[in-house]
Design a protein around this ligand. Structure first.
Ligand code: PGA
Length: 227
């Protein structure tokens, strides 16, 4: 199966820096690449040759939802999908399994692809709750062929602490036993550790934050996904 490597730029890169990235970014054949810029940079990004996803999407077609963006608005712009339920949204912006479900459903119904994120916190892992947390989060995610799941242990995001390939494989196998879909790994993926993570049988790609901001380092991860 072809690996999917997605760049989650979070709140980095306005339109000018977005264009600078694309001037320097090259990916090899044999890997599916998705780039997720901030909302204000989506219009600049969709003019390029890559598949562009937003970092969130609302469930309503329109309405009094200050600060939110609808599926139809993204489709009009040429955006092809969205990340839903990233742990930073769950942690800081009140995202719940219910809102994740609603956002996924609306996006899929509107023809967008979805990268739905799940993952346990450090406290949950230490308390032996990883399996229960993943189970709860994964069953809330709708089944659809345009949806992939990203397993992102919260303790590994932006911390430099990567899950070992064994920890990732174990979680991915659990997720796949609950939901028959591609499962990406996310959390401090870098050019140096990408190959061994992607070599695991149930790791089907990566969701990359920090290391996706630099076109050369993101390209190196994409190359590791082909090898
Ligand atoms: P990181 O972020 O690669 O910087 O750890 C991954 C993510 O949050 O999607």
């Amino acid at each position: 199966m072809t690996n999917l490597i997605a760049a989650n730029w979070k709140m980095f890169k306005g339109p000018a820096e977005t264009l600078e990235f694309f001037d320097r970014f090259e990916a090899p054949d044999g890997v599916d690449v998705v780039i997720c810029p901030p909302f204000v940079s989506l219009e600049a990004a969709v003019g390029e040759e890559w598949t562009i996803y937003a970092q969130n999407v609302h469930w309503a077609a329109e309405g009094a939802f200050t600060g939110e963006t609808s599926v139809q608005m993204l489709v009009e712009l040429g955006v092809q999908g969205a990340i839903v339920g990233h742990s930073e949204r769950r942690q800081w912006f009140g995202e719940t399994d219910e809102t994740v479900h609603a956002r996924c459903e609306a996006a899929l119904e509107g023809g967008l692809g979805v990268i739905a994120c799940v993952g346990e916190t450090e406290a949950e892992r230490e308390a032996g709750e990883t399996e229960a947390v993943l189970h709860r989060q994964v069953v809330a995610i709708p089944r659809h062929d345009q949806l992939v799941i990203a397993y992102e242990p919260v303790w590994a995001i932006g911390t430099g602490k990567t899950a070992t390939p064994e920890i990732a494989q174990e979680a991915h196998a659990l997720i796949k036993s609950l939901h028959d879909t591609r499962v990406l790994y996310g959390g401090s993926v870098k050019p140096e550790n990408a190959a061994e993570l992607l070599a695991q049988p149930d790791v089907d790609g990566a969701l990359v934050g920090g290391a996706s901001l630099d076109p050369e380092s993101f390209a190196a991860i994409c190359r590791a996904a082909v090898a």
